[in-house]
Design a protein around this ligand. Sequence first.
Ligand code: FES
Length: 133
Amino acid sequence: MSGNNPYIEAPNAKMPEKKYKITFVNQGKTIEVDPKNIPTSSTGLAGSILDIALASDVDIDHACGGVCACSTCHIIVKEGFETCSESTDDEEDQLERAPGLTPKSRLACQCIPDGTKDIVVEIPNWNRNLARE
Ligand code: FES
């Protein structure tokens, strides 16, 4: 499923121009992202943390398929938060429903790092789709 939702505002994202790394702290995995060949799973916005994670065997729940219509892809960007695309009002609306919200919380499907710094991401244990439990 494509990650673009035509009914919501598109984020003002800057795509990376140099290589950077995403470390998933509680998965013990670091992915190097090459701007010439950004990993994609066609889930979430192109270049988003969800899209890159799923293409790199890092599982993040994504009940709506990455179209900013749930909050199951909630992540915490522990380092490099400032290099991520600004969240839209639609993302903020969905995020409000996520348990354990922090000032560095984002929806992985909407969050696009610009690659100017390496980033560190925590996938909360509570980001499961409650409807499935
Ligand atoms: S997967 Fe549903 S909002 Fe990201």
